[in-house]
Design a protein around this ligand. Sequence first.
Ligand SMILES: [Zn+2]
Length: 133
Amino acid sequence: MQAVKSRNTKPEKIVRKILSAAGYRFKLNRKDICGCPDIVFASRRRLIFIHGCFWHGHSCARGARTPKTNTAYWTAKIKRNRLRHLKVLRVLRKQKWSVLTIWECELKKDNLLQRLRNFLNGGKVGIHGGRKR
Ligand SMILES: [Zn+2]
């Protein structure tokens, strides 16, 4: 039961910490890239978005929660967020960016670093092992 929203551990911060600890170098919030991604790996052509479950209407418990006041307002707002992100993804795909979206509720999972690694190393760690150099 988390009644109070904790704001001192921002999801982006957690992911950034993990990535720096693993030795990755990246840029933050590049305004010149569509959707202003949270974390940018320009040379790898990869982007990470970190999404709040509530704000982007995730299919988890937190995302399914609807506020008791101004319900219509929030529902519309979350829908807009989702649609905007889908549009952003379409544009980024055309620009040949690979995009990983991490949900707030996934930050606690043990496999987060592995997931980040798989994504950043372009599947080198995966079963395909298609190493390109
Ligand atoms: Zn979630």
